[in-house]
Design a protein around this ligand. Structure first.
Ligand code: ZN
Length: 80
């Protein structure tokens, strides 16, 4: 099981403070609408892009304390 904490952000409101999205390893499947971007070194999923949205894995953002956030649980396995 993968446990990720994501936040959806408009692409215009998002920027990397180091590195670039293009430096990550991109993976798509099925319709190809969603691009998953992974660290090429450790394989951590950093973000998902779709249309004008960036869905960021908050575990990869410096300074985010997940214990301070209101989390919404998503059980993707039951969508299959
Ligand atoms: Zn990494």
């Amino acid at each position: 099981m993968t446990c990720l904490s994501f936040s959806r952000i408009q692409e215009k409101d998002f920027k990397f403070t180091s590195g670039k999205l293009e430096e990550l390893t991109r993976y798509t499947w099925n319709t190809g609408k969603y691009s998953h971007h992974f660290c090429p070194v450790c394989g951590t999923e950093v973000a998902v892009t779709h249309d004008d949205l960036v869905v960021v894995n908050l575990r990869t953002v410096e300074g985010v304390d997940l214990t301070k956030l209101k989390l919404q649980y998503f059980d993707g396995a039951n969508l299959l």
